[in-house]
Design a protein around this ligand. Structure first.
Ligand code: ADP
Length: 360
C-alpha cells in the first residue's frame, strides 16, 4: 500500500503523508501496488501531482519509469544559455523573440490573429548554435526546457519510443510554459518510408504527429523546436507542422571574431590586436561556431606547449611561464582543426531555404 513501511528492497521506509487516498492515484497509474516502485520514481510522480494529490489526466496509464526518465534526463530546469552567449544570428534572434518569447511571456496578448505557431524548425549546418538557441529560448521565456535527440528514440528506446513520446508531451503539459527541443528531427519525421521503413518507426512518427496536433489545437503553452542539418529529408507533413523555418547559417566574420574574443576573455587570455583578429577571421572563412570553439581551444594550448618545449616541467609551470595566445597559435591550430562543413553542403541548405525557409 501507499503507506507501506517496507521499501522496494525490503528496507525500512519512513512513513509518508497519506493524502487521504492518494494511494489509489498511484496504483491507478501503474496498475500495480506501490511496492513495485522505487522511492525516487514515487517522489518524481508525486511532484507531478496536483494540489489534490491526483496525477494529471495526461500522465495516467503511463509507465512511471518513463515519466521519471523524462523528468530526470530530458527535462532541464536550468538550461543556462542566454542570448548574449550566442554570436551573430541577429535575424534568427529577432524572429524567435517575436514568434516565441513574447507569446510565452504574454499569452493574453497573443491570441486570435496573433496566436503564434507552435512549431519552429531550425535548420543549417551542424555546430552553428541551433541547440544554443533552443536553450536560450527556454531561459528567456522562463519556460521548462526538454531536450531529446530523435535518433535516440529510434536507437536507444527501441520499441518504447512511442511511450516515451507520450510521456514527454505529458510531462511537458504539466510544466508549462514548456519548450520541447527535438534534435535531429529528420530521423523521426523523414520522408524515407514504405519498403525500408519499420512498422515501429512508422508508429513512432504517427504518435509524434498526433501529440503535436494535440497541443497545436489546444490552449497549451508548449512550443516544439525541431533542429536538423538534413532539412531536405523532411516530408510535407513535417513541414506543415513546423510553420516557421529558420536558416541558421555559418557564423559571419564578425561573429567569428566575437567567438574568439569571448572565449579567450573568459580565461583572461585575450591579447590579440584588431589586425590579428581580423587576419584570423579571414583565414577561418567556412568554419562553424563549433569549429571556432575547437580552434580556440587548440590555439590556447600553443603557449603551454612552447613553455614545455623550453624545458619547464608541467608540475612547476606557472602562469608567468606562458606568453599570451598569438596569431601564430591560431595559424598552427588551423592545421589541426579544419572546417567541418563543405561548400557543396552549404549550397543544399541555401537552396532549401529559398524553397521552404521563412524569410522573416
Ligand atoms: P548545433 O545545435 O547547431 O549543432 P550547438 O548549438 O550545439 O550546434 O553548438 C555547439 C557548440 O558550438 C556550442 O556549445 C558553442 O560552443 C559553439 N557555437 C556554435 N554556434 C555558436 C554561436 N553562434 N555563438 C557562440 N558559440 C557557438
Amino acid at each position: 500500500s501507499w503507506n507501506s513501511r517496507r521499501g522496494p528492497r525490503g528496507g525500512f521506509v519512513p512513513p509518508i503523508r497519506n493524502n487521504g487516498g492518494s494511494g489509489t492515484t498511484i496504483s491507478r497509474v501503474t496498475g500495480k501496488g506501490d511496492d513495485s516502485m522505487e522511492d525516487s520514481t514515487r517522489k518524481c510522480i508525486e511532484r507531478l501531482c496536483g494540489p489534490d494529490g491526483e496525477l494529471p489526466e495526461k500522465l495516467r496509464n503511463l509507465e512511471p519509469r518513463l515519466i521519471e526518465h523524462v523528468s530526470n534526463e530530458i527535462m532541464d530546469r536550468d538550461p543556462n544559455v542566454r542570448w548574449d552567449d550566442i554570436a551573430g544570428l541577429e535575424h534568427a534572434k529577432k524572429c524567435v523573440t517575436e514568434m516565441v518569447i513574447w507569446p510565452l511571456l504574454r499569452p493574453d496578448i497573443f491570441r486570435g490573429c496573433r496566436s503564434p505557431g507552435r512549431g519552429l524548425l531550425l535548420f543549417g549546418p551542424p555546430g552553428t548554435g541551433k541547440t544554443m538557441i533552443g536553450k536560450a529560448i527556454a531561459g528567456e521565456a522562463k519556460a521548462t526546457f526538454f531536450y531529446i535527440s530523435a535518433s535516440s528514440l529510434t536507437s536507444k528506446w527501441i520499441g518504447e519510443g512511442e511511450k516515451l513520446v507520450r510521456a514527454l508531451f505529458g510531462v511537458a503539459s504539466c510544466r508549462q510554459p514548456a519548450v520541447i527541443f527535438v534534435d535531429e528531427i529528420d530521423s523521426l519525421l523523414s520522408q524515407r518510408k514504405s519498403d525500408g521503413e519499420h512498422e515501429s518507426s512508422r508508429r513512432l512518427k504517427t504518435q509524434f504527429l498526433i501529440e503535436m496536433e494535440g497541443f497545436n489545437s489546444g490552449n497549451e503553452q508548449i512550443l516544439l523546436i525541431g533542429a536538423t542539418n538534413r532539412p531536405q529529408e523532411l516530408d510535407e507533413a513535417a513541414r506543415r507542422r513546423l510553420t516557421k523555418r529558420l536558416y541558421i547559417p555559418l557564423p559571419s566574420s564578425e561573429a567569428r571574431a566575437w567567438i574568439i574574443r569571448n572565449l579567450l576573455e573568459k580565461d583572461g587570455l585575450f591579447m590579440l590586436s584588431d589586425e590579428e583578429t581580423s587576419e584570423i577571421c579571414k583565414l577561418t572563412e567556412g568554419y562553424s561556431g563549433s569549429d571556432m570553439k575547437n580552434l580556440v581551444k587548440d590555439a590556447s594550448m600553443g603557449p603551454l606547449r612552447e613553455a614545455l618545449q623550453r624545458g619547464v616541467e608541467i608540475t612547476k609551470l606557472s602562469k608567468e611561464d606562458m606568453r599570451p595566445v598569438m596569431l601564430k597559435d591560431f595559424e598552427n591550430a588551423m592545421h589541426e582543426v579544419r572546417p567541418s562543413v563543405s561548400s557543396s553542403e552549404l549550397g543544399t541548405y541555401e537552396e532549401w531555404n529559398r524553397q521552404f525557409g521563412s524569410l522573416s
